[in-house]
Design a protein around this ligand. Structure first.
Ligand code: NDP
Length: 246
């Protein structure tokens, strides 16, 4: 499916590498003005170079999502410049450490919850009114299989992804009678820095490239996408989707 985002304003968090980089690049290719958020300026600049070389447009926002006031300011700045937001990809995330729950350091647990959960809530709070000002607001919240599976040593990350998916469920229910469509995605194992950290012995060439995964996610940003309250999951051989539980 070719996604047409001409004239749309698309916010992507975690756009400096991995899946977010390709969501941002493909959004620009689809005609959107991309607002790209991450901490690593080098990654954002590389993205900007690629987007500009292809004739697209981006605004780079070097921001640590642990900066909650910065997230509030971002919403204000988007409102001032564009008066609305059409698409949110809440994609940024961190893994923390893979270790038995009893060995997890407090600061690691707190950081994972801060970036994956609190910052996502704060971002939703900041841009919900802007997405409602769009005629076809779309929000895609990045979850993980860890939100559902019992996985030894993945405690903080799994807890954070279960929490963020619950947040997406509530928001999707709150907005179900509006034009805003809220869906959640579990992209499955993808060839990125996070996956290499999570499963160090794995051969990355066996995993799908993040550009492939981004291409599967992009249709959810389309104004013609009508489904909401869905969870999309990548399985090794196919994608599945099901309605968020009532
Ligand atoms: P990467 O580690 O490759 O990229 C993560 C992105 O998040 C980077 O751009 C990073 O930018 C950004 N980020 C992390 N912390 C912060 C912060 N404090 N402030 C701003 N930006 C931040 O991850 P993936 O591309 O693999 O993952 C993308 C999403 O998909 C995540 O939510 C992840 O949980 C989920 N996912 C990934 C899977 C996989 O196999 N890869 C499987 C299931 C889910 P920077 O460091 O520059 O700030």
């Amino acid at each position: 499916m070719t996604v047409d985002l001409a004239g749309r304003i698309v916010l992507v968090t975690g756009a400096s590498r991995g899946i977010g980089y390709h969501l941002a690049k493909q959004s620009a290719e689809a005609g959107a003005h991309v607002i790209a958020v991450a901490r690593t300026v080098g990654g954002l600049e590389e993205l900007d170079d690629e987007i500009k070389a292809a004739g697209g447009e981006a605004t780079l926002v070097p921001l640590d999502l642990a900066d909650m006031k910065g997230i509030d300011r971002l919403g204000g700045a988007i409102h001032e410049r564009w008066g609305k937001l059409d698409v949110l990809f809440a994609n940024a995330g961190i893994l923390g450490t893979i270790s038995p729950i009893g060995h997890v350091e407090a600061k690691v647990f707190e950081k994972v919850m801060e970036v994956n959960v609190t910052a996502t809530w704060r971002l939703i709070r900041s841009v919900d009114p802007l997405l409602r000002l769009s005629d076809a607001g779309r929000a895609i919240i990045m979850s993980s299989g860890a939100a559902h599976s019992a996985k030894a040593f993945w405690g903080p990350y799994a807890a954070s992804k279960a929490a963020v998916e619950a947040l997406a469920r509530s928001w999707a229910d709150e907005t179900k009678n509006s034009p805003l469509r809220v869906n959640s995605v579990n992209p499955g194992a993808t060839r990125t820095a996070m996956r290499a950290q999570a499963v160090p012995g794995e051969d990355p060439s066996t995993l799908p490239h993040p550009s492939e995964i981004a291409a599967r996610i992009m249709p959810l940003a389309s104004p013609s996408e009508t489904r909401t309250r869905m969870i999309y999951e990548a399985k090794p051989d196919r994608w599945t989707s099901y309605q968020m539980p009532e």
